[in-house]
Design a protein around this ligand. Structure first.
Ligand code: FES
Ligand SMILES: [Fe+2]
Length: 428
């Protein structure tokens, strides 16, 4: 269990909160590039860390992420006209550039110069790996651009999607570092999902529901291993990465793509679950990408025109009791992503952590919370640079390996936990 004050600290990410200040020190994914597909395309509403923003792409292809509301009298710029290198408010025509600077105030005398004095809050948007990333913190503290491997491999090797998740970011992320649920909740899918099936590791996973867990501190966060045994007494290590503030990467299976998530707060009761799939050394096959688009693996299908999953809380996630009874799915919900999200949303928007009963398999969750709390406190107390900002902290990989029982995994796994370009992932 967690003290209420610590739970509040971890779950609240608005502008004037400790965790909000921590999140604002990182580049975080804000939009998919495809949401702003061409110059002067319609602007897109973006809410991040409880701030309402508007994203647009100007006539020169530059991206802007501004306060959603016009400085004049607060009209939403979503109604604005994106034209001639700026976003023009539809009420009285004030116009802003990608830096938030007001560049035209047609209702005022031409020589007043007043426009120059008006500027909206604006954050940078940079493109990497098909994702537009933003940095919402102090300008002078802006870190180097993100170097997560999924965002730096050639485009043909990577696929990223995002989905709305209707609960606080932390309980969503805690699912990403809790690998003990795999052999229960996901057991029906390990051998049938096209992006998971066929791996030898699946059998180790399914045959041992009582793995041992260890947690190790890494420069940027933590990594966790779960160790079921194999048929001849060797250990099957599944190593999950957590990098601050909310990047998780689960162990790969066979020659399938490697995958993981970013858990980004929209506000305190909703988050974006970003799901990436990539292979460090080969392009994704057409069939793999088609499966990802069809909601297989860690991806979902959507309510048309939105990023809300088609299976959502308003339709009980399309619960199929017959499939549950027959053992085709453990919970009755289809697909890894919504199996996770349905249960995490079922806890309520912000789970009451003062009532939880944690056990040995929750050690990863406990340590991740401590790491986050420590970093947020150190940032506020002494301005300490948070872990995970250094691009070297971001060049990590998850791994799945089999080692003899007398070989410590920290030695056996050391090199495979670093993303070396062109080197195949360690996978079983
Ligand atoms: S409210 Fe935007 S120009 Fe008046
Ligand atoms: Fe899961």
């Amino acid at each position: 269990m967690l003290r209420k004050s610590d739970s509040d600290k971890l779950t609240q990410t608005g502008p004037d909160t400790p965790m909000g200040r921590l999140f604002r020190r990182y580049w975080i994914p804000a939009l998919l590039c495809e949401e702003l597909p061409r110059n002067d395309c319609p602007p897109v509403r973006v809410k991040l860390l409880s701030e309402r923003l508007i994203a647009f792409r100007d006539s020169d292809g530059r991206y802007g992420l501004l306060d959603e509301f016009c400085a004049h009298r607060g009209v939403s710029l979503w109604f604005g006209r994106n034209e001639e290198c700026g976003l023009r408010c539809s009420y009285h025509g004030w116009k802003y550039d990608v830096a938030g600077q007001c560049i035209d105030m047609p209702s005022e005398p031409e020589d007043s110069g007043f426009a120059r004095k008006v500027r909206l809050t604006a954050y940078p948007l940079i493109e990497r790996g098909g994702v537009l990333w933003t940095y919402m913190g102090p300008v002078e503290q802006e870190p180097p651009p993100p170097e997560w491997e999924f965002a730096t491999v050639p485009a043909a090797q990577s696929f990223t999607s995002k989905r709305l998740q209707e609960c606080n970011w932390l309980q969503a992320m805690e699912g990403g570092i809790d690998s003990s649920h795999v052999s229960f909740l996901h057991r029906g899918d390990l051998n049938s999902d096209p992006l998971f099936k066929g791996a030898r590791g699946n059998q180790y996973n399914l045959s041992d529901a009582r793995p041992v867990f260890e947690v190790v501190e890494s420069p940027g966060g933590l990594y966790f291993d779960a160790t079921p045994t194999t048929e001849n007494g060797d250990y099957y290590w599944r190593i999950t990465q957590f990098v601050m503030p909310s990047f998780t990467m689960i162990a790969p299976r066979g020659n399938h793509s490697v995958h993981g998530h970013f858990w980004i707060p929209i506000d305190d009761e909703r988050c974006w679950t970003w799901s990436f799939d990539y292979h460090p050394t080969r392009p994704l096959a057409d069939a793999e990408v088609a499966a990802m688009r069809a909601g297989k693996g860690i991806h979902v299908t959507y309510v048309p025109g939105t990023f809300r999953p088609l299976a959502n809380k308003d339709n009980d996630y399309l619960m199929d009791r017959a499939a549950q009874e027959a053992g085709r799915t453990y919970s009755g919900i289809e697909g890894f992503a919504m199996q996770d999200a349905s249960l995490q949303e079922s806890m309520g928007p912000i789970v009451d952590r003062t009532k939880e009963i944690l056990v040995s398999t929750d050690i990863g969750i406990i340590m991740a919370r401590q790491r986050l709390l420590r970093a947020a406190t150190a940032l506020d107390d002494s301005g300490a640079t948070p872990p995970g900002l250094d691009p070297a902290h971001q060049r990590v990989r998850s791994a799945a390996i089999v080692l003899p029982p007398d070989q410590p995994f920290k030695d056996g796994a050391r090199t495979v936990l670093i993303a070396h370009p062109g080197v195949a992932p360690a996978s079983v």
